[in-house]
Design a protein around this ligand. Structure first.
Ligand SMILES: C[S@@+](CC[C@H](N)C(=O)[O-])C[C@H]1O[C@@H](n2cnc3c(N)ncnc32)[C@H](O)[C@@H]1O
Length: 225
């Protein structure tokens, strides 16, 4: 029987960062982008991390914003457990639930972040999520996202797969990790072109959308309310 996304990420949590560094081109640059490109004067008090995983995005933010109140949301209990060990010294609330189960209260956050989690949503879910994120941000707040942003129907998708395979095999040369990754990709990943996502961000009211880091379809975007 096909695994569901929760048990997939419960298992993935065991060696998560090492696997991501070897499987995702530019992973470390895309993660460090969350703390790097915000304006110097921006000092968020309330931060929401959507699909926090083992906390690699929040780990960037706590060093820059140690006094903020964080909400970390993830469907996987194992990932939430890793974060609760990792962020004992900070003010963090945990929500073990799916995005669609979370109540995005109006004007509740100054900063919303999502690292490699939104590609698990289909197009309709992404658009609904962008609307809810916009609603939950204060005026002047930011939504930051790093992800793979090329749809499987994009004409360049076959070349992405070729380059991606070569990248993964530089670390995992026997090919087993690539096979595992492509099974995961087929079952759980629904990436969307960044051009389409930018249009959806504009549709729900985000302004000054920028891509401070981009290597082809590996993108970090910043959108302001
Ligand atoms: C690839 S990991 C990314 C973790 C981390 N943000 C990072 O950048 O390394 C994706 C995470 O999103 C979570 N996730 C995926 N879809 C979700 C959904 N619909 N609701 C809640 N969590 C979700 C998974 O459980 C997983 O921990």
């Amino acid at each position: 029987m096909a695994k569901n996304i929760v048990s997939e990420f419960d298992d993935f949590s065991k060696n998560y960062t090492q696997d991501m560094v070897g499987c995702v081109p530019h992973y470390l640059e895309l993660i460090s982008s969350f703390a790097k490109h915000l304006p110097d004067h921006f000092n968020p008090k309330r931060i929401l991390d959507l699909g926090c995983g083992n906390g690699n995005v929040t780990a960037q933010l706590v060093s820059r914003f140690p006094n903020a109140v964080y909400t970390l949301l993830d469907a996987s209990s194992e990932m939430i457990e890793l974060c609760s060990q990792r962020f004992k010294d900070y003010h963090v609330n945990y929500e073990q639930k799916f995005f669609h189960e979370f109540s995005f209260e109006e004007n509740s956050y100054d900063l919303v972040v999502a690292g490699f989690s939104i590609h698990h949503c289909n197009e309709k879910e992404k658009q609904e999520l962008f609307q809810k994120i916009h609603h939950s941000l204060e005026e002047g707040g930011f939504f930051l996202c790093s992800d793979l942003m090329m749809s499987k129907s994009n004409p360049n998708h076959p070349s992405l797969l070729k380059e991606w395979e070569a990248f993964v095999k530089t670390t995992f040369s026997d090919g087993q990790k690539w096979t595992w990754l492509m099974d995961h990709y087929e079952d759980f990943d629904k990436p969307t072109d960044y051009t389409k996502q930018i249009a959806w961000l504009q549709d729900v009211g985000f302004t000054s959308i920028q891509l401070p880091f981009q290597e082809e379809c590996w993108v970090h975007f910043q959108a302001r309310k």
